[in-house]
Design a protein around this ligand. Structure first.
Ligand code: IMP
Length: 435
């Protein structure tokens, strides 16, 4: 069985959770490889909504084991809340179903305070983070000041690490950020010890588990969070998240070699959204963006923030196809486009009067590019009950075929609503995962 990586190809919120849930009908292992509780998916199964932040959507399939790889950052209190809310929804999260790498870096309350404090101080030039402490936790990892899952197993060592970090973070909060928030090391240590009793049983060796699964030819899926254009190296820096969201990082994070990857699937909305600040060339501020937001319910699952909305951006998606080596696209939320008389695809950019091929690396320039659009006729029919490509209105078929032509990438599946049943597979290669 295959090794598959699933990533978002825009600025996040492409519907990855729902698609991973759909594709994991037969998956043995689903591994989340980056990000933390900045992500948020709502998965609908038989009309019932479940919100996930860190735990892979594979948890909704009883035969699937889920892993959090070393490249993930984990807030112990948020994880326990998520486990509790899944349990209230009747999904038992136990150490047989979920494993967490000892190398996973912890997000602690001082990371959240620094994230929020920095955004407040920067005001007009803020990044628009989710305020979950993601950036500061990754900063500590590379500064080699991080506290990791495995440290929860060694209370005396943990006490020392917490004391050292709280000393430094309190100084940063007060002296640099002018914040009134201060932490007490003893209290934080005691809270961590209490939390560790709940999460230590999940500790595992992710690299070994992945290696075993690959050798035994079990179906292994890697689930990315956020989107390719939020990648720390390849996204619209500095308006990005603090991890590598591109598919290649699945290998570095989980600890296995790239030669084992069989397929990379890119999840792509039929239009485009972004949350937070930063360049968004095809953003629509003339009314259509607002209609897309209302019809697509484009509000953050995690923070409730309204998402900025606009048209399909071919240049950006082509960049993501290249960055990830996408084999097949899955086009989500096609139903949201029903009712638009005119559909737009941003096919190229101009920067200061010159045509350019790609998003410029400089955010100021990327913010100035003007897209050239190709317009297509829309359709009026409600397509939420369509279950075959051939039953879509002709203009919807044309829209999808045009995306395939322009991206030079097949659209292997598409979705017409939030339910599992509303994802329609066109490609036989993908069908074997889902049935
Ligand atoms: P951070 O990841 O909280 O540091 O936020 C950095 C940027 O990434 C901000 O623009 C966020 O809005 C964006 N971001 C982070 N997580 C997600 C997500 O799951 N979906 C969409 N945008 C996200």
């Amino acid at each position: 069985m295959p090794v598959v990586i699933v990533v978002g190809v825009q600025w996040g919120d492409e519907g990855k959770g729902k698609i991973v849930d759909f594709l994991t009908a037969r998956a043995d292992l689903v591994v989340r490889f980056q990000g933390g509780n900045n992500a948020g998916h709502t998965v609908v199964v038989a009309g019932k909504k479940t919100a996930l932040k860190l735990i892979p959507s594979g948890i909704l399939r009883s035969g699937t084991r889920c892993l959090l790889a070393p490249g993930v950052v984990l807030s112990p209190s948020s994880l326990i809340e998520e486990i509790n809310s899944l349990s209230e929804a009747g999904i038992d999260v136990n150490p047989q179903r979920l494993g967490i790498s000892g190398e996973v870096q912890l997000i602690l309350p001082y990371h959240v305070a620094i994230d929020v404090g920095r955004e407040t101080l920067l005001a007009d030039s803020k990044i628009g983070t989710t305020g979950r402490g993601i950036g500061p936790a990754y900063e500590d990892a590379v500064a080699r000041m991080g506290i990791r899952m495995i440290d929860l197993n060694y209370p005396e060592k943990l006490r020392g690490l917490v004391e050292r970090n709280v000393l430094v973070k309190n100084k940063i909060l007060k002296g640099v950020l002018g914040s009134t928030v201060q932490f007490d090391a003893k209290q934080m240590f005691e809270e961590l010890i209490t939390l560790s009793q709940r999460i230590n049983p999940y500790l595992t060796n992710v690299s070994l588990e992945v290696d075993r699964a690959i050798r035994e030819k079990r179906f292994t899926m890697f689930e990315g969070a956020q989107g390719s254009l939020l990648d720390i190296s390849h996204g619209t820096y500095p308006f990005v998240t603090s991890s590598h969201t591109a598919a290649g990082y699945a290998c570095a994070s989980a600890g296995f070699g790239p030669k084992h990857v069989d397929s990379v699937i890119g999840i792509c909305k039929a239009y485009c959204t972004r949350v937070g600040s930063g360049p968004f060339p095809t953003e629509d501020l003339n009314g259509d963006g607002e209609v897309l937001r209302e019809k697509g319910v484009e509000f953050g699952v995690n923070t409730g923030r309204p998402r900025r909305c606009g048209w399909f951006d071919l240049v950006a998606v082509r960049r993501a196809i290249r960055l990830n080596g996408i084999d097949s696209l899955i086009l989500t939320k096609l139903d949201v486009l029903s009712g638009f008389r005119r559909l737009r695809i941003g096919v190229s950019y101009e920067l200061d009067g010159k045509r350019i091929e790609d998003l410029p690396p400089c955010a100021d320039e990327a913010g100035r590019v003007v897209p050239n659009y190709e317009d297509l006729d829309g359709w009026t029919e409600d397509i939420s009950n369509v279950r075959r490509f051939e039953d879509l209105p002709v203009n919807a078929q044309t829209f999808m075929r045009r995306i395939e032509q322009l991206t030079e990438c097949p659209v292997g599946a598409f979705s017409v609503g939030p339910d599992r049943e509303q994802t329609i597979v066109r490609d036989a290669g993908l069908r074997k995962f889902a049935e």
